[in-house]
Design a protein around this ligand. Sequence first.
Ligand code: FE2
Length: 227
Amino acid sequence: MNYKIHELFPLVVYQGDVKCHQEFKEKNLESLKEYWFNGYINESPEYSGRIFAHHNLEYKVFFEELRTHIDNYFDTLLIDYSKLDYHVIKSWVGCHFDDETPSVKPHTHNESNLSFVYYTNTDETSDKFCVAQQQNKNESVGDLFQTAIQRNLITGYNKYNCNVYTITPKEGSMVIFPSNIGHFTQKFTKRECERVVIAGDISNFEERICRLPSGFHSSIAMVRSLK
Ligand SMILES: [Fe+2]
C-alpha cells in the first residue's frame, strides 16, 4: 500500500563544533572549574552566584564564536538574525568529577530565550544530554507509549513515539536549544573522565526594541552584549 508520513512541527536542537576548542581547553580548563556552581550546595547556578563566566575576558574567544552558532541555529529556522541582538545573561560551569556526582535532574531555564552547553571536557562515558517533551501529540490513546506496564503496546522506539531523546556530548561541540524545553543529563555507564561544560542563557532582543528610549531595556544594561 502506498502511503506518506508528514513530519510536522519538529523541535530543533543545534549541535555544532566549536572552532576554538583545542586552544580554549588547553588555556582555560583549570580556571573554568572555579565557575562550577556546585550543585551539592547550591540548588541552581543562580544560588551559587557564579553565573558570569562570560565576563571573564579569557573566555572571550568562545563567547564571540557563540554568536556564529546562534546565527546557524536561526538560519535553520529561516530567521533574519541580522535584526536580532544576542545577549548572554548568565553563564556557569557544570562538572562531574567522579562516578558518584549526581546527574542533572529535569528542568527548564526561565527568563531567557535560548540556552547552550559547550562540552569543554568530556569523553564517551560522559552523561548523555537528554531533551524531553511533556506531551507527545502522537499519543492519541492514553498509555499508548507506556513501557512500565505488563501489557505494553509499544514495540520499539523511533522519533515519533519517544518523549525523551539523548544527544551524545561530544567534546568540542556545543548544543543550543529553546530555554523552555525540559532537559536533563543521564548517566549510562561508569564515568571515566571529569566532565566540564560551560552552560548559559541567551536573550534575543530585536534591535529596534533595544533602541527604544524607555526604561524597558534598562534591565539589560548590566548584561554583556556579544557584539
Ligand atoms: Fe539546564
